[in-house]
Design a protein around this ligand. Structure first.
Ligand code: UFG
Length: 338
C-alpha cells in the first residue's frame, strides 16, 4: 500500500487507536478518525488527521463519512474494552460492540472498501490449555468482552467469504507504554488498567494498588500477563496491510514473556525509585490466571519484531508520560501540544 492512501480509524482518539494514527501519519497516509469521544480524547488526535465526532451506532453518520472520503482501508478500534466491566454488564458488550461493528462492516462493504484491520483480544482465550498461546489455540472467551470480539471476528470471516472484505484480526495481549514522542499515552477514565494504576500509587495519587487475588496457580499467586508496547502493536497494523491484498489473517500479538502483577509492581518501584503501597484483595471476575502470547506466526510471515520488549522500558515510558501530563489529556502539557 502506498502512502497516498486514506485510512478510516474508528476509535482513533483512544489509547491504541491514537498510537496507530501517529504511525499512519508518520508513514504518509491520509487519516480520518471517527470517535464518539466517550472514552477517547480529542487532544490525542493530531491536527493532520481529519476528525469526525460520531458513534458507530449512528448509521447515517457512517454513510456520510463513507460518502465524503474514499477509504483504502479501515482500522477498527472503537469498542468497550474492559474485561471486568463486561462481567457486570454483558449486554453492553455483546450487543454494543457487535452492533456497532456490524454497522461498520456493512458500511465498508457498501462503499467497496476491501480491507479492515480489527482490534481483537487475548481474552478470546479464557482458559488456555497450553502456553504460549498461538493462533490455533482453542477459542473459549474469558468474558462477554472477549466473546463480543470473537463474534466480530466471525462477522469478518463471513464478510470475506461473502463480499471479499479482507481482514486482519489482531489479538492484543496487554497493551502498555507510551509513544516515545511524549505526546501520546494511556489515559482512561475511570482508569482500571494495572500499569497506570500502579504508577499513580507510586506518584502518591492513590493510597495503594490493590492486587486482585494472590491465590492463582502462578509462581507468586498473582495473575501473569504479556505486556506489549503500544507502538509495537501499531507497527503490526501497518505491516499487515499489504498482506490483505491476498488474504485475511489473524495474529496473536505479545512479547512472549509473562509478568505477574507483583513483578509489575516491583518493576515500577525500580523504574520510579518510589515505594508502591500494596493491598491484596479478592479475585476480579473474568481474569484468567496466565495469558502469554506466541507471536511466531506474524514474526515468520511479516518479520514483525517487538522494538520495545523490555518491561522496565515500557513502564519507564508510561511513567515519563504521566509525569509530563499529570492530568492526562485534560492537562495543560497535552493541550499545549495540540
Ligand atoms: N490488576 C490488579 N489490580 C488492579 C488492576 C489490575 O491486580 O487494580 C490485575 C488484573 O487482575 C489482571 C492484571 O492486573 O490480572 C492486568 O489487568 P488489566 O486490567 O490491566 O488488563 P486485563 O488483563 O484485564 O485486560 C487487558 C485489556 C483487555 C484485553 C486483555 C488481554 O484491558 O482489553 O488485556 O490480555 F483483552
Amino acid at each position: 500500500m502506498t502512502s497516498s492512501q486514506t485510512v478510516l480509524v474508528t476509535g482513533g482518539a483512544g489509547y491504541v487507536g491514537s498510537h496507530c494514527v501517529a504511525e499512519l501519519l508518520e508513514r504518509g497516509f491520509n487519516v480520518v478518525v471517527l470517535d464518539n469521544l466517550r472514552q477517547g480524547h480529542r487532544a490525542a488526535v493530531p491536527a493532520e488527521a481529519a476528525f469526525v465526532e460520531a458513534d458507530l451506532a449512528d448509521t447515517e453518520a457512517l454513510k456520510r463519512t463513507f460518502a465524503e472520503w474514499k477509504f483504502d482501508a479501515v482500522f477498527h478500534f472503537a469498542a468497550l474494552s474492559l474485561v471486568g466491566e463486561s462481567m457486570r454488564n454483558p449486554h453492553a458488550y455483546l450487543h454494543g460492540n457487535t452492533v456497532t461493528s456490524l454497522n461498520l462492516i456493512q458500511a465498508a462493504v457498501q462503499a467497496g472498501v476491501g480491507k479492515m484491520v480489527f482490534s481483537s483480544t487475548a481474552n478470546l482465550f479464557g482458559m488456555p490449555e497450553r502456553l504460549p498461546i498461538d493462533e490455533d489455540a482453542t477459542i473459549d472467551p474469558g468474558s462477554p468482552y472477549g466473546e463480543s470480539k470473537y463474534m466480530i471476528e466471525r462477522a469478518l470471516h463471513w464478510a470475506d467469504r461473502c463480499h471479499g472484505l479482507r481482514s486482519a484480526c489482531l489479538r492484543y495481549f496487554n497493551a502498555a507504554g507510551a509513544h516515545p514522542n511524549g505526546l501520546l499515552g494511556e489515559d482512561h477514565y475511570p482508569e482500571t488498567h494495572l500499569i497506570p494504576l500502579v504508577l499513580d500509587a507510586a506518584a502518591g495519587k492513590r493510597p495503594h494498588i490493590e492486587i486482585f487475588g494472590d491465590d492463582y496457580p502462578t509462581h507468586d499467586g498473582t495473575c501473569v500477563r504479556d505486556y506489549i508496547h503500544v507502538c509495537d502493536l501499531a507497527d503490526a497494523h501497518l505491516r499487515v496491510l499489504p498482506l490483505l491484498e491476498e488474504r485475511s489473517v489473524r495474529y496473536n500479538l505479545g512479547n512472549g514473556k509473562g509478568y505477574s502483577v507483583r513483578e509489575v509492581i516491583e518493576a515500577t518501584e525500580r523504574v520510579t525509585g518510589r515505594k508502591v503501597p500494596v493491598k491484596v484483595g479478592p479475585r476480579r471476575a473474568g481474569d484468567p490466571a496466565v495469558l502469554i502470547a506466541s507471536s511466531e506466526r506474524i514474526r515468520k510471515d511479516l518479520g514483525w519484531e517487538p522494538r520495545f520488549p523490555d518491561l522496565d522500558s515500557i513502564i519507564g515510558g508510561a511513567w515519563a508520560w504521566r509525569q509530563r501530563n499529570p492530568q492526562g489529556y485534560r492537562g495543560p502539557a497535552a493541550l499545549a501540544a495540540e
